[in-house]
Design a protein around this ligand. Structure first.
Ligand code: ADP
Ligand code: MG
Length: 598
């Protein structure tokens, strides 16, 4: 299976290297210490010590026994120096890794956190955390690989071949050729085996998918009594997995045996050649021993080098997804020099000929079309329309989750594209239709509207939004954890927490996607009251479904297919007997306008 690389892959790989080296450079001091000590230690171990041993052997052969002690002492001292250098380098690299690992994680989180709305809307959110973790692991492997293995192998190979060549070019040449042959064989079999490892990893993800599906939707499985069916699916996946696992293990046997045969042949040839050199008086017996030692080392190094290449590939592919995500540029950016809104409150909203087309929409098919509306300060405007008429899109444009395709939106006379996103959003309290809460306490969830708020202010907002009403029944009160996405609270309770949050935020503008979900009448009453408290004294744009809310709006905008088709007060609109609004009103039910079914 030949891998095809695109420019994009190259860019990702380049960025990955850059990122990892920036991580290594976080603590330069330790990096330099490592750079000075580790190669020195390796040279002592690989060159100086073997030489002293060889000279010692030579002394034994020539029966100059009094010199052996000298060489033994040298070996001891060099061994000591090696240990010290190695340990110092080890400490340095551990410290370097500490800083680097922190850096990588901070970079990823910061990068992901600053993505735009579009990203979070499309991203497969569950995998983001796993991606980031894999990047951190990849960095750690990369450090070990690059900083230790590659340096070690380079020093080993270069010094060993150098020493052999110093004594005999022919021997060095044969050694290099043998190494290249063995290495090529190992890499080739590695590629062949990769196919099976890929199939295995596919089978592994398949199992993960089956397990996630079945256990993640355990309630659905139970309600359909389909345990046996799910088990069968799982069993099939396991059968495939173990077959691939078996093949992947088995293929290692011919690969290993082939390598061993090549290594043995090389060793034999090199042994014979060394013997010839000795016979011709070119090298002494000590050098014979030394050279053989290096030959064996080099032959073994081929496996390590092949492993290194393999783990390098694995490391880069582990980092690939996260770095690719990091490279995605947000489309919504702050202006270079953001304008400031001069008024603290009292902001009017002006939408001028706003058109918005989603990226995947057909040409001419805009979600919002030529939309013009001026919302005066303190005015409460209700948006009404069938599902898909562009109401939610409009609120997203106002929050600048996306930029208008044509036209403009101004706030207090300033185009929202000229404001910083923080500034814009700090002035808007947004209550979405289905508020999702953090897996934190109720108090923390309310405090999210204004993190600096004190406890008293949080409680006050909670009371005003009728959160007290249900918190009183919880054993831990405001400290109760709400569960993943607020799952432990009912829809109405979640909404009240969201309203409390918006009350605490105390922003001059309010954007509300009113819930249509049928709540029990008590919950409904509380939310109603809470919402009116929230709207009091603020400029509000409300996607309204409740008749009671709609009737109290200063103006009602009726939308269809992204366009305004009617504007007026409730009474004005009802007078148009053939108007869409009167039709909608006629189809009301249970206190709601029912525009959501067309
Ligand atoms: P409403 O809130 O009035 O029900 P929306 O603003 O959600 O309407 O949707 C308006 C139109 O835009 C619909 O046709 C919908 O399919 C489309 N739309 C909404 N969100 C997206 C999106 N993220 N990508 C593409 N099209 C979208
Ligand atoms: Mg909507």
């Amino acid at each position: 299976m030949a891998a095809t690389f695109t420019d994009r892959d190259h860019q990702v790989a380049r960025t990955t290297h850059k990122l990892f080296w920036r991580a290594n450079a976080q603590d330069r001091r330790t990096f330099i210490v490592w750079l000075l000590t580790r190669p020195a230690a390796l040279l002592i171990y690989n060159v100086l010590i073997p030489f002293q041993v060889a000279y010692g052997l030579q002394s034994i052969v020539t029966e100059e026994f009094d010199r052996v002690g000298h060489y033994a002492l040298m070996v001891f001292l060099l061994g000591l120096a090696y240990c010290v250098l190695w340990a110092v380098g080890g400490v340095a690299i551990c410290r370097n890794g500490r800083e680097g690992t922190a850096f990588i994680q901070r970079e990823v989180f910061k990068n992901y956190l600053n993505k735009d709305y579009e990203f979070f809307n499309n991203a497969f959110l569950g995998t983001l955390g796993a991606q980031a973790t894999r990047l951190k692991d990849a960095y750690n492997e990369y450090s070990i690989l690059v900083l230790n293995s590659i340096v070690k192998q380079i020093i080993l190979v270069v010094s060993s071949i150098g020493i052999i060549a110093w004594h005999s070019w022919a021997l060095a040449a044969v050694t290099v050729v043998s190494m290249i042959l063995i290495l090529s064989f190992t890499i080739a079999t590695g590629k062949w085996r990769l196919k099976y490892r890929r199939l295995l990893s596919e089978a592994n993800s398949e199992i993960a998918g089956v397990v996630g599906d079945a256990l993640g939707h355990g309630v659905t499985v139970k309600s359909f009594a389909s345990e046996a069916y799910e088990y069968q699916r799982f069993d099939k996946a396991v059968a495939k997995q173990v077959r691939m696992q078996y093949l992947s293990w088995m293929t290692s046997i011919p690969a290993d045996v082939g390598r061993m045969i090549l290594a043995t042949v090389a060793t034999v040839i090199l042994l014979v050649l060394t013997a010839r050199l000795y016979q011709d008086g070119i090298i002494t017996i000590a050098i014979v021993v030394l050279v053989q030692l290096y030959v064996i080392k080099l032959v073994n190094a081929t496996q390590e080098i092949a492993d290194m290449i393999k783990s390098y590939e694995a490391t880069m592919s582990g980092a690939h997804q996260a770095v690719k995500t990091m490279l995605l540029q947000p489309t919504i950016l702050d202006p270079a020099k953001p304008k400031k809104l001069t008024q603290k409150s009292g902001l009017d909203i002006e939408l001028k000929d706003v058109t918005y087309r989603y990226g995947d929409a057909k040409k001419g098919n805009a979600a919002v079309k030529d939309f013009s509306l001026h919302v005066k300060q303190g005015e409460k405007v209700g948006l009404v329309g069938y599902s898909g008429s562009g109401k939610t899109t409009l609120t997203k444009l106002l929050l600048r989750f996306m930029d208008v395709t044509e036209g403009s939106i101004t706030l207090g006379g300033v185009d929202i594209r000229d404001l910083s996103q923080d500034d814009l959003r700090s002035r808007i309290a947004y209550v979405p239709q289905e508020p999702l809460l953090f897996h934190r306490s109720i108090e923390d969830n309310i405090a999210y509207g204004k993190p600096a708020a004190g406890r008293a202010a949080i409680r006050k907002a909670g009371a005003a939004a009728f959160v007290d009403e249900f918190v009183g029944e919880l054993s831990n009160g405001y400290d109760t954890m709400v569960g993943e996405k607020g799952i432990k609270l009912s829809g109405g309770q979640r909404q009240r927490v969201a309203v409390a949050r918006a009350l605490l935020k105390d922003a001059p503008l309010l954007v509300l996607d009113e819930a249509t979900s049928a709540l029990d009448s008590r919950s409904e009453q509380y939310i109603q009251k809470a919402l009116w408290r929230l709207m009091d004294g603020r400029t509000a744009l409300v996607i309204a479904h409740r008749l009671s809310t709609i009737q109290r709006m200063d103006r009602i905008v009726v939308m269809d297919k992204g366009e305004i088709i009617e504007v007026g007060t409730h009474d004005e609109l009802l007078k148009k007997k053939k108007g869409v609004y009167s039709r909608l009103w006629a189809h009301q039910s249970g206190g709601y306008l029912l525009p959501d079914e067309r």
